[in-house]
Write a protein that binds this ligand. Structure first.
Ligand SMILES: [Zn+2]
Length: 405
């Protein structure tokens, strides 16, 4: 476990991108720095020792004065790797499952998805595809983090998961509807990625649904725990739509979803040929850095102060404290606050239990652990799940303080 008293230092390896990765503009305003953050939040460590050796990278967020996009200028995609240990699944959350059901139902109705061929790029364990397959579709998912090819029947439909990147080699795989969820945050060159999707579709006119974390919304809320190395891009609904326009797609709809505005989505069609649009509508918040950008580093420092004091107080009073959630926010929280005395992190995903938080090294336990441990306080790193967390804690016979980050 990391018990050092100082913040981790950068190894000085990172070089800063000189151009915006969305519009190519060079007027970049640097506004936030977080050095030596764990590179992966979805690949957990198998021992406390391995956790301390987890790879680290620097975050230097820049705001593009030309298009309003926010991205990590120091991002190095060479540091990231995706293998079968990569587990970003939220399928164990009732709140998330309800949301995914509602997306699948809405798209199913709107695009008459029944008896259709659906492709998902970056499908993970196929959680979303199975929902579409259950509506009677033939669904194929691509994800290099998978181990083996999986084929199964789901209701009237079927799902095939292929452990590969989706490339022009898969041009012959039929596609009536394309989707890609929670993936494009991680790409250094998102315009190239979306343009490639168009190239693979070729002359086939194809609608699609695309979704990312609303990173710009987190910045607006000054929620600095949401900043992760793994995430290169902090899209808003506007900049996400801009990405698709630049790659030659036609936008049908764009906006926010999931518990209000946690995610940004775009429904866009590949028109069967690349359009060479050169004029783009300016984005509302481009031009000069807005207050949420200029105040972000200071807000983060204030968050750190508040939490350092609180954790110190708990430790002095011998309080047992657990952090709930080992997604990005939990990993960032634990790594930003070294010497906090927190020994355990709780996660409802059984595949994460028994592993260790990269960097800071807490052991990940299931909710049952709390029955014996009887914590005095539970830190909620993602308030979206507060109700289900409180219920899970109560069901273990624990009565304690809850504090959201
Ligand atoms: Zn730009």
């Amino acid at each position: 476990m990391n018990t050092g008293s100082s913040q981790p230092q950068s190894n000085g390896e990172s070089t800063a991108a000189a151009q915006c990765n969305l519009c190519g503009g060079e007027r970049l305003y640097d506004f936030f720095e977080m050095l030596a953050a764990p590179v992966h939040v979805c690949i957990l460590a198998e021992s406390p020792d391995a956790a301390t050796r987890a790879p680290r990278g620097d975050v230097r967020l820049a705001f593009c004065l030309d298009c309003g996009h926010v991205f990590n200028r120091a991002f190095d995609p060479g540091k990231l790797f995706f293998d079968s240990r990569y587990d970003a699944s939220l399928a164990f959350s009732h709140v998330f499952t309800q949301f995914i059901d509602s997306v699948a139902n809405r798209l199913g109705e709107q695009y008459e998805l029944r008896g259709k061929d659906v492709i998902e790029v970056g499908c993970g364990d196929g959680f979303f595809l199975r929902k579409l397959a259950a509506r009677g579709n033939r669904c194929v998912g691509f994800d290099p983090s998978r181990d083996i090819v999986v084929r199964e029947r789901v209701g009237d439909g079927q799902v095939t998961l292929i452990p590969e990147y989706y490339t022009t080699a898969h041009r012959d795989v039929p596609c009536d509807f394309l989707c890609c969820l929670s993936v494009m945050e991680d790409f250094e060159r998102p315009v190239e990625f979306v343009s490639d999707l168009g190239r693979i579709l070729g002359d086939r006119t194809t609608p699609g649904y695309f979704e990312v974390f609303n990173g710009y919304g987190a910045i607006e809320r000054q929620h600095s725990w949401s900043i992760l190395y793994e995430q290169c891009n902090y899209f808003s609904a506007e900049t996400f739509a801009q990405l698709f326009r630049r790659a030659g797609f036609e936008i049908a709809r764009a906006g926010n979803c999931y518990e209000g505005d946690q995610y940004a989505y775009v429904e866009a069609s590949w028109p069967g040929r690349s359009k060479t649009e050169t004029e783009y509508e300016p984005i509302a918040h481009a031009g000069s850095p807005p207050p949420e950008i200029t105040s972000f580093q200071k807000s983060h420092a204030e968050n750190l102060n508040v939490w350092t004091e609180r954790l110190n107080r708990w430790r002095e009073n011998n309080r047992r404290v657990v952090v709930w959630g080992t997604g990005g926010k939990g990993v960032n929280f634990l790594n930003s606050l070294p010497a906090h005395g927190v020994q355990f992190a709780v996660d409802i995903n059984p595949r994460r239990q028994g592993l260790f938080v990269p960097g800071s090294g807490q052991e990940i336990v299931g909710p049952e652990f709390l029955r014996d441990y009887q914590p005095h306080a539970v830190v909620i790193t993602n308030p979206l799940y507060e109700r289900e967390i409180r219920r899970a804690v109560a069901s273990q016979g624990v009565s304690c303080e809850f504090v959201a980050t």
